[in-house]
Ligand binder design. Structure first.
Ligand code: B3K
Ligand code: ZN
Length: 874
C-alpha cells in the first residue's frame, strides 16, 4: 500500500546496475507457518560503477534476520532497510553476501513471490515477485546461475522442484532435502519453486541432435487424468520450434506444474513452467474444444519462451514486448500450422479489434515499447502482447519467410545469454537482410491505432485503377502529431469472375510481388494499377496485414461479392462482418429484413461441405457486441444489444431450415477427439443449434436433448449456453441446477458454470451477480473465480454491466476495492471496462466516472489500482 503518491519509472533513466550477481545459492526451509530463506550470492562490482557505490537490493514484505559479507555478520549500522529495499553502504569490489530472511507464504494473497495454493507451495516471480522472497537485484539484466535447496516435511511434500536439473536428494528425521542446479544463467524473474503432494505424467522427447529430454506434468492427484493433451501439445511445440526456428531444448528435463490459484495463464520459468490449471488440464468430459485450443497455444507459448525470453531476455521491463510480442507471434504461427491458419488469423484480428484497439484509444494507451510506467504489472497488456505480435508479423510480411528466419537466427546466435532491447531484435533482422527498418521502428514508439483512408477511382479508357491512401494516427496520452508508419498493405484485385487479376502497379518499388504487399509509408500516397480491362473489386489488408482501422467505402453488393469470392479467407470473413455491421446499424434505425442475396450466400455456405467448417462458423457468426461497440462512434450498449438481436433473429428465421439440415448433418456420435476436423464440425453444429434455438421451440428441445446425449463438454456446454440464453428462464435455471449437481466437485467446470451465468444477458443483472458471489462455489481468493464472475459480467454481459441505474458499475467498483489490498494485480485488471467511460453515451459515462472517482477517494490504493484509476480520470 502506498503512503506517498506513487512515482513513474522512465525508460530514459535506464542505467546498468552497480553490481552483478554471478551465482545465487538459495535454501528454503518450508515450515508450517513461515519459510526461512538463506541466500548466498557472489557479487562483483560493475566496471562502470564507482568504488563507493552502495549495494541497493530490492525487497518487499521480508523479515530480515541477518546479513553477512564474506562470512562476517554485519552490524545493523552497516545497512539500512525500508519497505522496498536493503542498502549496504560499503562493499568490496567482489564478495560473498549471505542474507537470511523469513517470509509467510500462507498469508500471501497477492500470489506473487512464494505462496500457498491449496496444499502446495508455488512461486510467481515475473515481473517483480522475487523481491518478496529475498533481497536481490531483482531486474532482468542481472543474470545469474542458480542453485536451489529445499527442505521440508517429507510426508507432506514428497515432490519438491526448482529450475534446472535435480542434483541431490536425501531424507533424515522425516525431513526431505533436495537440490536443483540450473546451469543457464537467468534473471530472478525466471526462478521457480514448487513443493507439494503431486502426481506426474511422464513422457520423453528426442531432440533434433538426439538428446533425450524427460517431460513431466505435475498435478494434484484428482487431476491425473487431465494431462495427456498438454503433454502432446508440448511435444508438438518442441518439434515445431526445431523445424521452424531451429531452436532445440537445452536441459535434460522439462516440467510443467498445474496450480489452481494463479494470477495469469502461465509462466515460463526455466525448465519449470507453472500453469494456471485452467490453461493446462483437460479431458473430453470436462474441457471444451475452446479450452483444448487455448491449452495448445499456451503450452506452446511458454515453451517457446525458452528461447524468446529465457536464453535471450529483456534488458529492462520497457522491453517486455521483445519477449512477449515475439512469443505470441510464434505461438500464433504454431496454432495456425496445427489448425486452420485463416481461422487463427480471424481470431487474432477479433482480439485486436475488440480489445487492443479499445486500449489504444483509451486512457491506458501506450506504445509497444512504453516510455514509462508506475506499476509494471499493469503493462502485461494486449498492446504489449497482441499488438507486439502484429508488429513482428508485419516484419515477417516485409522480410518474407526466409528473410525473417535469417534474421531470427542471427538474433538468437548473437544475443544468446544476454539481456537486450527491442532494437537489438530489429537490428538483427536489418543486418541479416541488408534492409533499413528505421521507419518501421515507429510502430514501437507511437501508441494509437493508425487509420487508413482509401479512395479508389477506375478509368475505363486508360484501364487504370488509382488508389489514394492516407494515414493518420490519433493523439494518445502524452503523444500528439504522430509520424506516418510503414504499413504493409497485402492486396488483391478481383475480376468479375471472382478470380484474382495480375497486379501491375506504379510506383513498382512500393510493391513486393512475392507477398502481394504494397508498402505504404507516407502520410498520403497514390498508387496506379494498370492493365485492367474491367473495374476490379479491391481486396485490401488481406490476412489482416496491418493492425489499422480502414475507411474504404464499399457497397453492400461489393461486400457480398468479396464474401463469396475473395481468395483470401480472412477478407471473406471481414467482408461478411462489415455487411453485418451495416445491418446492425440499419436495425438500430428500425425494422430489418435479411437481403435475399445475403440469404442465398449464407445458404450456399451452409450447404458447401467442401469448406472448412470452422471457417463457415466464423463467416456466419455475428460480430460480438464488443466488436460492434468498437465500430460505433458513441457506444450505446442497449441499442447495440437490441439491434444485434434483431439481425440475429432475422438470420435465424430466414435460414432456419438450412441450420436444421446443417445441424442434422453434423450431429453424429464419433468418439470425441480434440482434433481439428472434429472441432470444426462441432463448432458449426453448435452455431447452427444456437440459431435454431432462436428460431423456434423445437430448437430448444433439441438443445436439451443434446445436453442429455453429450459425452463431451463442448456439446454439453453449447447446449447449456443455448438454453441459458434462450429466454426461457425456468428451463435455464433447472438445467443450471442439474449441471452444478453433476459437476460441483470439479473446480474448472464449476468456473465455466459461473461464467455462463455471469456473462449472460438474460440472467446477469448486478443483483443476480451479487447472489452468485454468495454461492458456495465462489471464492474471492481465487483469481479464476473472480474472472469467471466479475470478469465475465463486465466484459460479456454488456447490457447488464451498463444498466441504466449504474448498478453494474457499482458492483465492479466494489469488487476492485475489495481486492485492492488482497490482490492488487487482479483488482487493477478488473478495472478495464470502467476505463472506457469516455466512449459511452453521456448518462452512462458520468455514472462510470463517478465509480472511478469513488475508487480514487479510497485512502490507500495499491500502485496497480492507483495507476489505472488516476490515468482514467484525466
Ligand atoms: N510471462 C508470463 C506473464 C507474467 C505476468 C506477471 N504479472 C506469462 C507469459 O506471457 O508467458
Ligand atoms: Zn509470454
Amino acid at each position: 500500500m502506498r503512503d506517498a503518491q506513487p512515482k513513474a519509472i522512465f525508460l530514459k533513466d535506464y542505467r546498468q546496475p552497480d553490481y552483478w550477481i554471478t551465482s545465487t545459492d538459495l535454501t528454503f526451509e518450508l515450515n508450517d507457518d513461515s519459510t526461512l530463506v538463506t541466500s548466498r550470492l557472489s557479487l562483483v562490482r560493475n566496471e562502470q560503477a564507482q568504488a563507493t557505490a552502495p549495494l541497493v537490493l530490492a525487497g518487499q514484505e521480508l523479515e530480515l534476520i541477518s546479513v553477512a559479507i564474506d562470512g562476517v555478520t554485519l552490524a545493523a549500522s552497516a545497512y539500512q532497510t525500508d519497505d522496498e529495499s536493503l542498502t549496504i553502504h560499503s562493499v568490496p569490489a567482489q564478495f560473498e553476501l549471505k542474507i537470511v530472511t523469513r517470509i509467510y507464504p500462507a498469508k500471501n494473497t497477492a500470489l506473487e513471490g512464494l505462496y500457498r495454493s491449496g496444499g502446495m507451495y508455488c512461486t510467481q516471480c515475473e515481473a517483480e515477485g522475487f523481491r518478496r522472497i529475498t533481497y536481490y537485484l531483482d531486474r532482468p539484466d542481472v543474470m545469474s546461475v542458480f542453485t536451489t535447496h529445499i527442505i521440508a516435511d517429507a510426508a507432506s511434500f514428497p515432490v519438491m522442484l526448482s529450475n534446472g536439473n535435480l542434483v541431490a536428494e536425501s531424507e533424515s528425521n522425516g525431513l526431505r532435502k533436495v537440490s536443483w542446479h540450473d546451469p543457464h544463467k537467468k534473471p530472478a524473474y525466471l526462478f521457480a519453486l514448487v513443493a507439494g503432494n503431486l502426481l506426474h505424467k511422464e513422457d520423453e522427447f528426442m531432440t533434433c541432435s538426439g538428446r533425450k529430454v524427460a517431460l513431466k506434468i505435475f498435478v494434484e492427484p484428482q487431476n491425473f487424468d487431465k494431462t495427456d493433451y498438454a503433454l502432446d501439445a508440448l511435444k508438438r511445440s518442441m518439434r515445431w520450434d526445431e523445424e521452424v526456428y531451429g531452436r532445440e531444448y537445452d536441459l535434460d528435463i522439462f516440467m510443467i506444474v498445474a496450480v489452481d490459484d494463479f494470477n495469469m495463464g502461465a509462466m515460463e520459468n526455466k525448465g519449470l513452467n507453472i500453469f494456471n490449471s485452467s490453461c493446462v488440464l483437460a479431458n473430453p468430459a470436462t474441457a471444451t474444444d475452446a479450452a483444448y485450443l487455448r491449452i495448445e497455444s499456451i503450452v506452446a507459448h511458454e515453451y517457446f519462451h525458452n528461447w524468446s525470453g529465457n536464453r535471450v531476455t529483456c534488458r529492462d521491463w520497457f522491453q517486455l514486448s521483445l519477449k512477449e510480442g515475439f512469443t505470441v507471434f510464434r505461438d500464433s504461427h504454431f496454432s495456425a500450422d496445427m489448425n486452420s491458419a485463416t481461422v487463427k488469423r480471424i481470431e487474432d484480428a477479433n482480439v485486436m479489434r475488440t480489445v487492443q484497439f479499445a486500449e489504444d484509444g483509451g486512457p491506458m494507451a501506450h506504445p509497444v515499447q512504453p516510455d514509462s510506467f508506475i506499476e509494471i504489472s499493469n503493462f502485461y497488456t494486449v498492446t504489449i502482447y497482441e499488438k507486439g505480435s502484429e508488429v513482428v508479423g508485419m516484419l515477417y510480411k516485409i522480410l518474407g519467410k526466409d528473410g525473417f528466419r535469417k534474421g531470427t537466427d542471427l538474433y538468437f546466435a548473437r544475443h544468446d545469454g544476454q539481456a537486450v532491447t527491442i532494437y537489438d531484435f530489429v537490428g538483427a533482422l536489418e543486418e541479416a537482410n541488408g534492409v533499413d527498418l528505421t521507419l518501421f521502428k515507429r510502430w514501437y514508439k507511437q501508441a494509437g491505432t493508425p487509420v487508413v483512408n482509401v479512395q479508389s477511382q477506375y478509368d475505363a479508357q486508360s484501364q487504370q485503377l488509382t488508389l489514394t491512401l492516407r494515414q493518420h494516427c490519433p493523439d494518445t496520452p502524452g503523444q500528439s502529431n504522430k509520424l506516418p508508419m510503414w504499413i504493409p498493405v497485402q492486396l488483391g484485385l478481383i475480376g468479375a469472375n471472382g478470380n484474382d487479376l495480375p497486379v501491375q502497379v506504379e510506383p513498382a518499388s512500393a510493391w513486393t510481388a512475392s507477398s502481394q504487399v504494397l508498402h505504404f509509408t507516407d502520410a498520403e500516397q497514390t498508387f496506379v494499377f494498370s492493365g485492367l480491362a474491367e473495374e476490379p473489386k479491391v481486396s485490401l489488408f488481406r490476412d489482416f496485414s496491418a493492425p489499422v482501422k480502414v475507411e474504404f467505402a464499399q457497397s453492400d453488393d461489393d461486400l457480398l461479392f468479396l464474401l463469396r469470392h475473395d481468395s483470401d479467407g480472412f477478407n471473406r470473413w471481414d467482408a461478411g462482418q462489415r455487411l453485418m455491421l451495416n445491418w446492425i446499424a440499419a436495425a438500430k434505425e428500425g425494422e430489418f429484413t435479411l437481403p435475399a442475396a445475403a440469404r442465398d450466400a449464407f445458404d450456399a455456405l451452409l450447404a458447401d461441405e467442401t469448406l472448412d467448417a470452422s471457417m463457415v462458423t466464423y463467416l456466419l457468426s455475428l460480430p460480438s457486441e464488443a466488436y460492434v461497440a468498437e465500430f460505433s462512434p458513441v457506444v450505446d450498449p442497449l441499442a447495440i444489444h437490441n439491434a444485434r438481436k434483431t439481425v440475429q433473429m432475422a438470420i435465424a428465421r430466414e435460414l432456419k431450415d438450412d441450420f436444421i439440415r446443417c445441424y442434422q448433418r453434423l450431429n453424429h456420435s464419433d468418439a470425441y477427439q480434440p482434433v481439428p476436423a472434429q472441432m470444426s464440425a462441432r463448432a458449426l453444429k453448435n452455431l447452427a443449434l444456437s440459431y435454431w434455438v432462436k428460431a423456434e421451440s423445437a430448437g430448444l428441445e433439441q438443445a436439451l436433448a443434446q445436453y442429455d446425449a453429450a459425452d463431451n463438454m463442448t456439446d454439453q456446454m453449447a447446449s447449456l449456453v443455448a438454453v441459458v440464453n434462450s429466454g426461457d428462464r425456468a428451463r435455464a435455471e433447472s438445467l443450471l441446477a442439474r449441471f452444478y449437481e453433476r459437476w460441483s466437485k470439479d473446480a474448472l467446470v464449476v468456473n465455466q458454470w459461473l461464467s455462463v451465468q455471469a456473462g449472460s444477458a438474460e440472467l446477469g443483472s448486478a443483483a443476480f451477480i451479487r447472489s452468485l458471489l454468495q454461492h458456495e462455489a465462489f471464492d474471492w481468493r481465487n483469481p479464476n473465480k473472480v474472472r469467471s464472475v466479475i470478469g465475465a459480467f463486465a466484459n460479456q454481459s454488456l447490457v447488464n454491466f451498463h444498466a441504466a441505474d449504474g448498478s453494474g458499475y457499482e458492483l465492479l467498483a466494489d469488487a476492485v476495492l475489495r481486492l485492492n489490498e488482497a490482490n492488487p494485480q487482479i483488482a487493477a485488471r478488473l478495472l478495464g471496462p470502467l476505463t472506457k467511460w469516455k466512449r459511452l453515451v453521456p448518462a452512462q459515462a458520468s455514472l462510470m466516472k463517478a465509480q472511478l472517482a469513488r475508487i480514487m477517494a479510497h485512502g490507500s490504493l495499491s500502485k496497480d489500482v492507483y495507476e489505472v484509476v488516476s490515468k482514467s480520470l484525466v
